[in-house]
Design a protein around this ligand. Structure first.
Ligand code: SF4
Length: 256
């Protein structure tokens, strides 16, 4: 079964659409930043500068399946105008959009208010790996606080939009606290996943400046034993979806 698990963004949507290079959230574990540094498109310092990519050869046609926006950057106050333009074009073609974001409240308000009559074509997936803003600040220095993400969630929920959460990566061992806070405002699923390739990615993305002890401490909360304990506590909860990183652990231990 393990080889049938879908990886990365394909777990969520068959298509994605990106319109920026770089991301001001500047998460220290970011896969896209790691790749951009490796292929010399960005450096550890310039990743946070957001530059628009050309939309000239991009197709806005109707796709067969949902379109995830974005997958290699985020929707931020610096690019919200372009984001709204892209979304409008894709929605007009009849696409279903999965908006995956560490939500800035001003951006969510723009989207929610603008697409009121097309809300059936939009699903929000808000990334929240901890309910503690200090922890979010450490790992995702340019991204919004927990309170801002929570306000974004409730804003979208109260206006009748589809809402879900991505707790990937989990950034502490207090998932239960986060779950209790967000669950009343979720219409879909809560996805849970481990941090991937943390040691190497964090080192590359921060030029070695991030304290290794913090990475070690987080990894100690995601040992197989602790992941199985989390799985056992939530395995009967129909709202919880396990990302590939957790499914692998569970399958390896014969529990799935
Ligand atoms: S929000 Fe996503 S794309 Fe942006 S830095 Fe964080 S992980 Fe990378």
């Amino acid at each position: 079964m393990a080889d049938k698990i879908l990886f990365g963004t394909k777990e969520w949507a068959p298509h994605n659409f990106n319109f920026m290079n770089g991301c001001s959230n500047d998460c220290v574990y970011c896969y896209a930043k790691d790749m951009a540094i490796r292929f010399k498109r960005k450096t550890s310092d310039t990743w946070r500068e957001e530059l628009p990519v050309s939309l000239e050869n991009k197709s806005f046609n109707k796709k067969n399946g949902a379109v995830m926006i974005p997958s290699s950057h985020d929707i931020t106050p610096g690019n919200i105008k372009i984001a709204l333009y892209v979304m409008e074009k894709l929605i007009k073609s009849g696409n279903e959009l999965l908006l995956v974001t560490k939500p800035h409240l001003s951006c969510v308000k723009h989207i929610v208010d603008k697409f009121e009559t097309s809300k059936g074509q939009i699903k929000f997936r808000f990334t929240i790996g901890s309910a503690d803003s200090q922890i979010l600040k450490l790992w995702e220095p340019g991204a919004p606080s927990f309170q801002e993400r929570f306000s974004s969630l409730t804003y979208a929920f109260e206006r009748g939009y589809s809402t879900s959460i991505s707790c990937e990566p989990l950034l502490d061992n207090h998932f239960d606290l986060l779950y209790e806070k967000v669950v009343p405002f979720i219409t879909g699923s809560i996805w849970v996943g481990k941090i991937n390739m943390a040691v190497k990615r964090v080192r590359t993305n921060t030029g070695g400046a991030f304290p290794q002890a913090k990475v070690t401490a987080l990894l100690e909360t995601q040992t197989d034993e602790k992941i199985i304990d989390l799985f056992n506590r939530y395995k009967k909860n129909a709202m919880i979806e396990w990302k590939e990183s957790i499914k692998k652990v569970v399958i390896n231990h014969g529990l799935m």
